[in-house]
Design a protein. Structure first.
Length: 288
């Protein structure tokens, strides 16, 4: 395991949109390595509280030193299930989606096509099927559908066929090679495995279902004036956030703070390439 750091994305924007009462109660549903949580905690006073959660066991380990602070608590849990466990009305919640840099760079987790490791990709390695098991358990057609829908990969059928022909596929480097071979030989803007890895990660972790499930339930926990901040990293996620926020506004009682998503500044995108595709959307519960 390496000691890669995770640089929190759009930190200033998160703080200025999320923090509305320094004695309020907040939920960070994607603690990661705690970048956003620590910034928020440093601003809380007196009765202020931060409940954090994440489904990655290494996030739990990273949260441990903060537990000395009585204003902070941590629960190892996916965010769709966590929301029901929060007994408070919230001044704000934050979901900073996707994977953290340490998850991505740790070859043993199987998220990266740039490092060889077991083809796992589970954020919580104790739950559900690994990517290798998923590949094994799905038909070629289902696999092609996953790669097409979650990766928006137009060569999905060809890639799914090549994966099935090369079974068992158990290593990330093996899958990356299969994708590369399935692509026509020409200059690629992105690595030919990018979309397939994204698709498998989304399927393994049921990322889109989790997101669609949590938004209305987390929003229902907001106090009047409370804010929901979500940062997404690809168009499938952003579409879900946009539609869910729109539905909340249409149903009444919420207003959109961001008509268009906020994106990182030029300076941040230069400094932290992982932030480049970030889109942040904010909703607020109206005062009654
Ligand atoms: C981009 S990182 C968050 C980084 C964090 N904001 C920081 O500053 O360190 C995303 C985190 O969300 C977690 N995660 C993603 N989907 C999740 C879900 N459905 N439930 C719980 N945690 C999830 C991942 O395990 C990962 O640690």
């Amino acid at each position: 395991m390496g000691d890669w750091v995770h640089v929190p994305v759009m930190l200033e924007e998160v703080m200025s949109h999320l923090l509305n009462d320094r004695e309020g109660t907040y939920w960070d549903g994607t603690f990661g390595r705690g970048g956003h949580s620590m910034a928020l905690l440093s601003q809380l006073m007196g009765l202020g509280k931060l409940v954090a959660s994440d489904r990655d066991p290494l996030a739990q380990a990273a949260a441990e030193p903060l537990l000395e602070n009585p204003q902070f608590s941590f629960e190892p849990c996916d965010f769709a299930n966590m929301v029901a466990k929060i007994p408070y009305q919230l001044n704000g919640f934050l979901l900073d989606l996707g994977v953290s840099t340490p998850q991505l760079r740790d070859a043993t987790r199987g998220f990266s096509f740039q490092e060889d490791g077991p083809l796992d990709m589970r954020m919580d390695p104790t739950q559900g099927m690994s990517a290798a098991e998923l590949i094994d358990a799905t038909s070629e057609r289902e696999l092609a559908d996953i790669i097409y829908q979650y990766g928006e990969e137009r060569l999905s059928r060809r890639i799914a066929k090549a994966i099935k022909e090369n079974r068992p596929v158990t290593r990330t480097a093996q899958l990356a090679d299969i994708c590369r071979m399935a692509y026509p030989r020409r200059h690629h803007r992105i690595h030919p495995a990018t979309r397939t890895f994204q698709a498998l990660r989304i399927a393994v972790n049921r990322e889109l279902d989790q997101l669609a499930d949590v938004i209305p339930r987390a929003a229902a926990k907001l106090k009047p004036g409370g804010r929901g901040v979500i940062i997404s990293f690809h168009s499938l996620e952003d579409r879900i956030v946009k539609r869910a926020y729109k539905a909340l506004v249409a149903a009444g009682g919420f207003r959109l703070i961001t008509k268009k998503p906020l994106i990182p500044s030029e300076e941040e995108a230069q400094r932290n390439p992982a932030a480049r595709s970030a889109k942040m959307r904010v909703i607020e519960r109206e005062e009654s």
